[in-house]
Design a protein. Structure first.
Length: 71
């Protein structure tokens, strides 16, 4: 399975850019992911479209490690 993942940082509009990447493992809430030079914790994973063949498109919300969020 190939996951196309859209990463969005909570409250990070100016400080952290959003990004997309293809990966072979599905992201899981609570895991950490390194995007650029920063490390983030996954706080939400949403399926954007039903899986098709060996492809799934996901929206993942992350927060910088060590920072609190309001959500």
């Amino acid at each position: 399975m190939v996951y196309t993942v859209s990463y969005v940082v909570v409250g990070g509009k100016k400080k952290y850019p959003s990004g997309m990447m293809n990966q072979s493992e599905r992201p899981v809430v609570g895991e950490q992911v390194k995007l650029g030079e920063n490390t983030f914790e996954i706080v939400e994973v949403k399926r954007m479209l039903p899986p098709s063949d060996d492809f799934e498109f996901l929206h993942v919300t992350v927060k910088p490690v060590g920072e609190e969020t309001d959500s």
